[in-house]
Ligand binder design. Structure first.
Ligand SMILES: CC(C)(COP(=O)(O)OP(=O)(O)OC[C@H]1O[C@@H](n2cnc3c(N)ncnc32)[C@H](O)[C@@H]1OP(=O)(O)O)[C@@H](O)C(=O)NCCC(=O)NCCS
Length: 198
């Protein structure tokens, strides 16, 4: 998760809060699909981010809007399978958003800004599907490698990224809140020998 240093945050740690307002039942095994972000998703994504991270680490609304609207960024959303259209003019009514990913291209390198999955939907492959979809899109946009930052104490995220082939490149001290160190993790999308760095 990227944090801009000028938005200083106090010390904190992600909080695995109860997320019953998204879906009261366990989501494991529930089908989902990945789609493009739509403006109407914004409040839900912001609330998910608030629940995924300690209030002092989670993005403010302006921060979240800044990252989602960046010209080279894109946002993908994982939503549950809503079944049939309820026929009330809002085919998305009642369909839970399970998670999202914000990523961007920086020259020939992709960058994962954040990935958030609601607590009830974790360990069901949602994060994997979001990351894979973002990696595919970054590859198509010409990225040869992907970089991201994660807090050194975010064990779930570190395990998740390592399982997806990311390696720790370096540690940036006091990256978050000027207090928590970050790991910069990278993954080559194109074998290093075949990367055209121009
Ligand atoms: C990190 C995160 C996105 C993973 O999403 P997810 O949907 O649970 O991930 P998946 O189900 O696709 O997991 C894939 C694999 O990653 C690893 N993994 C994921 N979460 C893990 C955890 N808590 N502990 C250990 N390994 C984990 C496992 O190898 C897992 O495969 P398995 O379930 O078959 O063992 C999710 O935990 C999350 O949203 N956390 C809060 C927000 C956050 O910290 N985001 C990262 C910001 S840098």
């Amino acid at each position: 998760m990227q944090l801009r240093k000028r938005w200083k945050k106090k010390k904190g740690h992600r909080r695995l809060a109860a997320l019953s307002r998204y879906n009261p039942v366990t989501m494991a095994g529930v089908p989902f699909r990945i789609r493009q972000f739509e403006k109407a998703d914004f409040d839900t994504l912001w609330r998910i981010d608030q629940d995924c991270f300690d209030p002092q680490l989670a993005y403010s609304r302006p921060e979240m809007a800044f990252y989602i609207r960046r010209p080279a960024s894109f946002t993908l959303v994982a939503e549950g399978d809503g079944g049939e259209d309820p026929g009330n003019g809002n085919p998305r009514a009642g369909i839970p958003i399970l998670g999202f990913i914000v990523a961007e291209t920086r020259r020939n390198t992709g960058h994962i800004i954040t990935i958030d999955v609601v607590a009830e939907a974790r360990r069901a492959g949602v994060g994997s599907a979001l990351l894979r979809a973002a990696e595919d899109r970054l590859l198509r946009a010409g990225a040869v490698a992907i970089a991201l930052e994660t807090a050194v104490n975010n064990e779930a995220a570190i395990r998740f990224y390592k399982q997806k082939g990311y390696f720790v490149e370096k540690t940036v001290s006091s990256y978050y809140s000027n207090q928590i160190d970050a790991l910069v993790m990278t993954k080559a999308l194109v074998p290093r020998g075949r990367q055209n760095t121009q």
